[in-house]
Design a protein around this ligand. Structure first.
Ligand code: ADP
Ligand code: MG
Length: 573
């Protein structure tokens, strides 16, 4: 039901001009403008509050977006993300008079990753819906009608013209956007059949502008990626045709080399390779197994009922570890928990960087074995488990290791980074292993046993706050407030943007609904992911908000597992 056209909206605005800010509530609802409809979903309570939630709908007849760009799946996802980025960029330049957040138009802008998101969606017929926020203009706390008219009836339609219609773009640039996204998805689906865990195309640019700027490095000599001939594979993509690059085989891969030679940069690109990237990013053709999970040490985190006994046995004073809980994990226990939790959630590959590991968890060399006998050391180092994880569970591992040669013994593939160039040193590493035996004793004979089932308890998660049943806030990419508790996700490195974090926060509240004391953690994850697959991100928030982005089950598991209040019942296998 529309309430009227632009003239009627103008008239209404004029009528409430100068009145108290709450009079803006009267403009809520759908309006038919020229070429698009404007839906004012929620009007802010005052000029300093979060800006009002607004949508525009542009029919295909107006957007003229061609069918090749709007095909459901990879293409329309790439297109929608691009339209959102463009809209957000133009919107950030809009200014208007007034107090508080008057005159702002804000859309959640995607970062370098191309994720399904709720800011802009594109239908098969070219219809576009864009969701954003508008700070309705005020002087002091009074309605400023002429500015509001200008904003809603001139600026918004201008943004539509600048970003949501075919004519706003060079056709070739849109073609690149959709084809790049389609190729990345195709590339990722090719990995498994070739026995590959990841692929890094020749010519990729892996380093980023800075630690806080995810755009590609441009300054100074940037070395594009080149594959070592022995690891080179060639693949055929639907749009780009034949591409060559380094295939990282399944199994255990060690990335080694001198300090500052680009090891972590390569691993970080693999971490992000579970997502697609926008054209120009440099990592468009760097793809990784979608169930690859970065794990790291994170001392101080909480752990609830996780069986870390495959890695850490009896603790001092007889503490057992088959249902380990703590409010303050150590480096080694946190890393063990992260690995077991990742396996529980269904990870098929682990990514590990020595920069963020606990040394005593990773290695125990011959001399330490002699000085501190196994009986007095609860830790089974990862070096003794990493092959087993692959052989008995099919879980691969890519490790950045510059400091311990013990890992050369357990690696299937060894890649050295030398001045940002990748070299296959697998054969050399084998020769080194036989030339310099370490005399190290393998410390386990048993394989990793099946994990116990963890049944999360609904009452341990309380999203209530004041009068609200569900209250979630997201402060930054890595901070969530759920009810009255804070959740720190700084160490969950594959969370890439605030929109994803916001979706995760809402997904935690949804996950709670599925907890019935019988479903295990992975079963609860299944339910949430099914709901999102089926009904889209809107299933997470009935208000049809524009600031959510897609996430993986692994990041949801990571968020759930870091809730300090989480309680689980552990059922042994
Ligand atoms: P390592 O983990 O081996 O110590 P990093 O991966 O942290 O090294 O890289 C060290 C520095 O080199 C970083 O500042 C990174 O941005 C830069 N760098 C990495 N790869 C390249 C490259 N291919 N071209 C130019 N600079 C690079
Ligand atoms: Mg490093």
């Amino acid at each position: 039901m529309t309430r009227g056209d632009a003239r009627e909206l103008t008239r209404l605005l004029r009528r409430i001009d100068g009145r108290g800010y709450r009079a803006y509530k009267e403009i809520g609802g759908a309006w038919e403008l020229e070429g698009c409809s404007l839906v004012i979903d929620h009007v802010q309570g005052d000029p300093f509050a979060d800006p009002s939630r607004v949508r525009v709908r542009v029919p295909g007849t107006r957007s003229q977006l061609p069918p090749w760009a709007c095909q459901a799946g990879s293409r329309s996802a790439g297109l929608a993300s691009h339209l959102a980025r463009t809209f957000a960029r133009h919107a950030s330049k809009v200014r208007a008079r007034g107090s508080g957040k008057s005159g702002r138009i804000e859309m959640e802008s995607p970062g370098q990753e191309v994720l399904a998101q709720s800011a802009v969606s594109v239908a098969g017929d070219g219809g576009v819906e864009a969701r954003f926020r508008v700070g309705l203009p005020a002087t002091g706390r009074r309605v400023l009608a002429d500015e509001a008219s200008r904003l809603l009836l001139e600026e918004v339609p201008r943004l539509v013209d600048q970003s949501l219609v075919f004519g706003a773009y060079e056709p070739d640039s849109l073609r690149l956007v959709v084809e790049t996204n389609e190729d990345a998805d195709a590339l990722r689906t090719l990995l498994g059949g070739l026995g590959l865990l990841a692929f890094v195309a020749d010519g990729s640019v892996l380093p980023r502008a800075s630690g806080v700027d995810d755009r590609p490095l441009r300054e100074g000599p940037v070395v594009p990626f080149g594959s070592p001939p022995t690891l080179r594979v060639e693949l055929d993509l639907p749009n780009a045709g034949r591409v060559s690059g380094m295939g990282i085989p399944e199994g255990v891969t060690v990335i080694t080399g001198g300090g500052y030679h680009g090891k972590s940069t390569l691993l970080r690109a693999l971490e992000r390779g579970v997502y697609n990237h926008r054209p120009g990013d440099g990592r468009e053709k760097v793809v990784t197994d979608p169930h690859a999970v970065k794990v790291r040490a994170e001392d101080g985190r909480s752990v609830s009922g996780v069986d870390i006994s495959p890695f850490i046995g009896r603790l001092p004073f007889g503490g057992t570890t088959d249902a380990f809980s703590t409010a303050n994990a150590s480096g080694s226990t946190s890393q063990a928990a992260a690995i077991v939790e990742a396996l529980e959630a269904g990870a098929t590959a682990l990514l590990v960087d020595e920069d963020t590991t606990a040394t005593n968890f990773m290695i125990r060399d011959r001399r330490m074995q002699a000085l501190v006998p196994k009986a007095g050391e609860p830790i089974t180092p990862f070096v003794d488990r990493v092959r087993q994880l692959h052989e008995s569970r099919g879980v691969s591992c890519v490790l950045v290791i510059g400091g311990s040669g013990d890992y050369l013994e357990v690696a299937d593939t060894v890649v050295a980074m030398r001045e940002y160039r990748a070299i296959d040193v697998t054969e050399e590493a084998r020769a080194v292993v036989s030339a310099f035996p370490t005399g190290r004793l393998v410390e386990v004979s048993t394989t990793v046993p099946p994990l116990p089932r963890r049944l999360p308890e609904r009452r341990s998660i309380d999203p209530r706050y004041g009068r609200r049943d569900v209250h979630v806030r997201v402060h930054a990419t890595h901070r969530i407030r759920l009810g009255t508790s804070d959740l720190d996700l700084t160490a969950v490195e594959q969370i890439v943007c605030p929109a994803q974090t916001r979706a995760l926060a809402a997904a935690l509240a949804l996950a709670r609904e599925f907890m019935d004391g019988e479903k295990s953690v992975p079963e609860v994850l299944d339910r949430v992911m099914e709901a999102v697959d089926l009904d889209g991100l809107d299933v997470l928030d009935p208000r049809q908000v524009g600031d959510l982005a897609a996430f993986r089950r692994h990041e949801l598991a990571a968020a759930l597992n870091r809730l300090r209040a989480l309680e689980v019942t552990v059922v042994p296998r």
